[in-house]
Design a protein around this ligand. Structure first.
Ligand SMILES: [Zn+2]
Length: 372
């Protein structure tokens, strides 16, 4: 990294763009420890001021000095501290700045790791530019992906999907620069099948300065996932990085008859909230699909099931399909099959907690209707 900066300093000097006497030169620069995409530095003026006001003699090797007194900045801003130019030279300076940023970013080593289903809610919940409860930072923001930073409860449905994994593009400290869901097909015998599908690939804001750069990282992620699985798979984002693909027949949609399933014992309406889903927006019983008319339709960004109006029981709280519910005038409640009994007197269902059985006729009466 130092070499890149020193190379550019030489280019700048050769072109005559080196800083003027009154400009503060950035000193002791190095990659920021907590964010590899940023540069930590300080100026002589600041060193002098700190000594004058606090008596602290700045040492660039002291970790706490780095944290407390140094400036951490993005490569483009750092580049500007190295340059002094006139308006007419702006075009050339901008071209140099773009190249510098690209080379600096390319010097951060990123690779793909696959994580199991139970970690998926945590990755989605991570907040940008801060240390999260898994000890990692996210450079993906809600601006790049509407689901980033949302409550973990939204993503429980992914955690309960058989064989589901998440592909994370991360640096050597495990910080997140990209993510994509890796779907697996659940077979009838309960095992996870051979087919996989990589969903939409999201890339961090700081990396996706242009479509070209984004495509490069998307291709890297897809390619590394294929290598790990030892096969070529379809990917939602493959249209975006199509020109970089060497293999033929890489589709943007899941393979034919590809049906991911929830784990044993879980069904579509078990969840309190749901995410917006890019490819599989339908969930019915245990099966994911691209149909939108099932029990759950995952097209909302506020956690709601788009097909799920009036689908919880006012008595026990269980969720149900709307057509399995019944409204009781007498109790003013929406009731599930378990919680209601038929009341002939009133010609409607009533809450079974309020029902009294005539053990002779077997009929139920509402307790408020009986004179006891
Ligand atoms: Zn109920």
């Amino acid at each position: 990294m130092k070499k890149i900066i020193n190379d550019y300093k030489n280019i700048i000097k050769t072109l005559g763009f080196d800083p003027s006497k009154d400009q503060q030169i950035s000193l002791h620069y190095q990659r920021q420890a907590t964010n590899q995409m940023q540069i930590s530095y300080i100026t002589q003026k600041k060193i002098d001021q700190i000594l004058e006001h606090t008596g602290v003699k700045i040492s660039p090797t002291k970790k706490d000095h780095r944290q407390k007194y140094f400036t951490a900045t993005k490569p483009a801003k750092f580049f500007d501290t190295l340059v002094h130019s006139s308006k007419s030279e702006q075009y050339l300076v901008e071209a140099l700045r773009t190249k510098f940023v690209q080379q600096f970013q390319a010097s951060v080593k990123l690779s793909v790791k696959l994580y199991e289903a139970d970690t998926i809610p945590t990755f989605y919940n991570m907040q940008k530019d801060q240390l999260n409860d898994n000890g990692k930072m996210s450079f993906l923001s809600s601006r790049m992906s509407c689901m980033q930073g949302k409550p973990k409860a939204y993503f429980e449905v992914y955690a309960k999907t058989k064989g589901q994994r998440i592909a994370i593009l991360e640096d050597t400290d495990g910080n997140m620069y990209g993510r994509a869901l890796l779907w697996a097909e659940g077979l009838a015998d309960g095992s996870v099948g051979g087919n996989h599908y990589l969903d939409r690939i999201y890339i961090a804001d700081s990396l996706s300065g242009s479509d070209e750069v984004r495509a490069k990282y998307q291709h890297q992620m897809w390619n590394e996932v294929c290598t790990k699985l030892n096969k070529t798979i379809h990917c939602y984002s493959s249209a975006h990085f199509g020109s970089l693909i060497k293999q033929s027949g890489v589709g943007t949609q899941p393979p034919e008859n590809f049906i991911p399933k929830l784990v044993e014992g879980a069904t579509a309406l078990d969840f309190e909230q749901y995410p917006y889903s890019d490819t599989f927006q339908g969930l019915d019983g245990q099966e994911w699909s691209m149909e939108t008319d099932g029990e759950v339709y995952l097209c909302n960004t506020d956690g709601e099931n788009a097909n799920g109006e009036n689908c919880s029981c006012d008595s026990c709280g269980d969720r149900m399909h709307e057509e399995d519910s019944a409204w009781s005038e007498a109790d003013e409640e929406t009731l599930c099959e378990e919680c209601r009994v038929w009341c002939d007197d009133r010609d409607e269902y009533i809450n079974q907690n309020n029902a009294i059985e005539n053990t002779y006729s077997g009929e139920f009466h509402h307790e408020n209707d009986l004179n006891r």
